[in-house]
Design a protein around this ligand. Structure first.
Ligand SMILES: C[S@@+](CC[C@H](N)C(=O)[O-])C[C@H]1O[C@@H](n2cnc3c(N)ncnc32)[C@H](O)[C@@H]1O
Length: 216
């Protein structure tokens, strides 16, 4: 069944003119998701590469874009961050994130929201939720989703705006192609004066690589 779904997905992704069916198919796929199929890889594997930030994040503020059920954020909370904000499209994942944080004394907010918005829509919709800047922004395994939900121009301006909210560190999980020199992401990183300071030592190819960038 998994392979049939994968073939349907690939068929639709390769045909941008079928985007209406692609959107419908995504809704269907989401309805079939369970906690076990929410993302690939074990929690420990998903943290590989983030230890660089976990060791340095005490007292810092964090924004997690596409935060899912907040399990990664929970690790940050154990390491002493002062604030965490998360945005996620799946309602059930947001509810789980809130449950995961229930009773913790740090300042946390998780909201259900769609990131596939233009820069101005994004700023307007989340004006009350977002801080102007965060010490750390997590952008983990979301870029490849947004690529299929937005025009490339819209996506670049969304990313440009998101990165401008980083005051210190930005963590990106993406595939080699998206992060290689000359890619739209790397051009924006360069333009905004980010320097790569860390990358994961082991990489599960299914999960993509984590790279940490620091604003210089
Ligand atoms: C592969 S998961 C990664 C989850 C988490 N960042 C991590 O690394 O463990 C991608 C997440 O992005 C969310 N997502 C995809 N498109 C989105 C959108 N348009 N707006 C908000 N969240 C979105 C998905 O629902 C999913 O939880």
């Amino acid at each position: 069944m998994y392979y049939i779904r994968k073939r349907i997905r690939n068929f639709l992704i390769q045909r941008p003119y079928l985007w209406k069916y692609w959107r419908k198919y995504r809704v269907y796929e989401k309805s079939r998701r369970t906690e076990k199929t929410r993302y690939q890889g074990k929690a420990k594997e998903r943290l590989n590469g983030l230890e660089y930030l976990l060791e340095r994040c005490e007292g810092k503020t964090v924004l997690d874009i596409g935060c899912s059920d907040g399990l990664i954020d929970l690790e940050f909370s154990k390491s002493g961050i002062s604030l965490i904000h998360g945005i996620e499209i799946e309602t059930s994942a947001v509810e789980d994130a809130r449950k995961n944080f229930e009773g913790l004394s740090l300042n946390y907010k998780f909201i259900q929201g769609d990131l596939a918005l233009s820069k101005s829509e994004f700023e307007k919709k989340y004006a009350e939720f977002l801080e102007e800047k965060y010490d750390i922004v997590l952008f983990l395994a979301v870029y490849h989703h947004l690529k299929y939900q937005m025009s490339s121009k819209g996506l670049q301006s969304f990313v440009e705006n998101l990165f401008s909210k980083v005051s210190k560190w930005l963590a990106i999980r993406g595939n080699n192609e998206d992060l290689k020199k000359g890619s739209p992401l790397s051009i924006i990183l360069e333009r905004q004066n980010f320097k790569e300071v860390h990358t994961a030592d082991r990489n599960n190819p299914k999960l993509g690589i984590i790279k940490i960038f620091e604003r210089i």
